[in-house]
Write a protein that binds this ligand. Sequence first.
Ligand code: NI
Length: 176
Amino acid sequence: MAVRPVVVWPDERLRQPSIAITTIDDSVRALYQDLVDSMYAENGLGIASLQIGDPRQMFIVEPKLAGRPDSDLPLAFMNPEILWTSDEQQDSEEGCLSFPDIYIKVKRPMRARVRAMGMDGQIFELEGEGLLARCLLHENDHLTGKLLVDFVGPLKRQMIKKKLQKQKGETEEAEA
Ligand code: NI
C-alpha cells in the first residue's frame, strides 16, 4: 500500500511484456492498492501496472470517468481485451503520467468496448465513449507496451526525449 514512483519514458520497463493474472490474491490486491495510491498522488485519470514497474496485466480508471459514483474505488481491469471499437474517430490531445507535461494529438475511436476481470474475480464488459474510450484504449496500450511516442514521427520523438531528460535533470538537481 504505497505511492510508487511512476516510470517515465524512455525507461525500458514500459516496454516489457505483461503477464496475465490468474488468481486474485494478496499480492494482486496490493498491486491494485499501489496503483490507486500512485494514480491519486499524480492526479491521473488512469494508470497501468507497467507504469509502476509491475508487469502484471492490470490498469485502473478513476471512478467518475468510468461512470461510477465519485465515492467509489477506481475500477480495475485485469487481462483486458478490446472487443470492439467504433469506426467513428476522435482527435484530441492526450497526456500520460509516464510523459510528464507532454501532450500529443492522438486519433482514437470514439467508442470502445473492453472485457476484463474485476477485483471480485468476475469478468465484465464496459463500453466507453469520448474521454472514457480514449482512456480505456490508452491504458490497454500500456499493457501491450505501446506508448504515446508511438503515435509521432522520429523528429518529434527526439524532441520529447530531450524535454523529458531535461526535466529529469532538473528534478534530480532540486532533490540533491
Ligand atoms: Ni499513460
